[in-house]
Design a protein around this ligand. Sequence first.
Ligand SMILES: [Zn+2]
Length: 62
Amino acid sequence: MNKVQCPICDAAMPGNWQEYPDYPFCSARCRKIDLGRWLDGKYRVPDPTPPDSSSDGPGDAD
Ligand SMILES: [Zn+2]
C-alpha cells in the first residue's frame, strides 16, 4: 500500500487522497509553495550579458 506524503513538507496524508482538495499536497499552503518554486524556476532566466557591458551594439541575434 502506498503511503501518501506531501512532496513539500513530507507530511503524512492519512485517509483517502480524494479527501485532500490540494492533492498531492497536504494543504493549499504547500501547493502555493510548489507553485512558487515552479514559477521561480520558469521565470528565473540567467542573464548571459551583464548590464554593464558597454553597449557596443546589439549582440542579440534573436
Ligand atoms: Zn505539505
